[in-house]
Design a protein around this ligand. Structure first.
Ligand code: HEC
Ligand code: HEC
Length: 191
């Protein structure tokens, strides 16, 4: 009887969390395809820069503890995937509610669902100092910037693979990356 009850509870929990907890093979495969943790990068706010954070940080995902509503990473340039620290990611949802997040020293930012749970679509602007970039389109429902902003940039898949988010143009003087970051702020770099 006890076993039946706990099985039922697990099923209900899985239904409540929608698909992800139910052993969806496509979802599990997408997570596996991201690979393991990088050497020298502790699991936490500095890990997996450039990856679709909310794929894991959501109800039923492997990091479901404090689900994120939106998350991503901001890098220096199209050809230099080093995190920009202290960039502001300003977001406004369809109900007019706004929220700003600040990137850490690897360029990562994340919004906990408990802090702001936007009604999509959401408008996004990224800025630091006098450099600013505005996404012209709206984010319709994807919670991870990297669902679209992934490398390599593809001219053929423009709407689904626009390359990583970056702030500076080739002519801009890029401020030096944080020297006090606990991990190497360059994706793929070692420390
Ligand atoms: C492949 C799955 C996966 C991806 C992708 C991922 N994480 Fe995590 N993350 C985890 C796991 C697992 C933990 C440890 C368990 C936990 O704390 O919930 C964790 C822990 C964390 C923590 C500490 C726990 C907390 O809630 O404060 C932060 C912060 C974090 N990740 C941020 C990010 C950010 C930002 C990104 C994207 C740039 C990201 N993660 C991408 C799986 C992932
Ligand atoms: C649904 C796919 C999608 C998602 C999700 C998405 N973007 Fe975008 N983004 C695009 C596309 C396509 C463009 C280029 C056209 C435009 O500006 O709308 C773009 C452009 C941008 C630009 C302007 C780039 C430039 O060169 O001026 C910034 C900045 C940006 N996005 C940041 C973000 C951030 C931060 C997030 C996460 C909060 C995000 N985007 C989520 C598709 C997406």
């Amino acid at each position: 009887m006890r076993r039946i009850t706990s099985g039922l509870l697990a099923l209900l929990a899985c239904i409540a969390a929608f698909s992800a907890a139910c052993g969806d093979p496509v979802y599990d495969g997408e997570i596996a395809a991201l690979g393991g943790e990088s050497d020298g990068v502790p699991v936490g706010e500095f890990h997996r820069a450039g990856q679709p954070c909310v794929m894991c940080h959501s109800a039923g995902g492997p990091a479901s503890g404090a689900a994120f509503s939106v998350a991503g990473s901001v890098f220096a340039r199209q050809d230099d995937v080093v995190g920009v620290e202290g960039a502001t990611v300003a977001m406004t949802d369809t109900a007019g509610s706004s929220y700003t997040a600040t990137t850490n020293c690897v360029g990562n930012f994340f919004v906990r669902r408990s802090d702001w749970d936007p009604s999509f679509p959401v408008l996004v602007r990224v800025w630091k100092g006098d450099k600013s970039r505005t996404m012209q389109g709206q984010v319709g429902r994807e919670r991870s910037c990297a669902n679209c902003h992934k490398d390599p940039y593809s001219a053929y898949e423009k709407l689904s693979s626009v390359g990583h988010v970056y702030l500076y143009s080739p002519d801009d003087a890029v401020p030096p990356a944080s020297g006090s970051c606990a991990v190497n702020p360059r994706v793929g770099g070692t420390k």
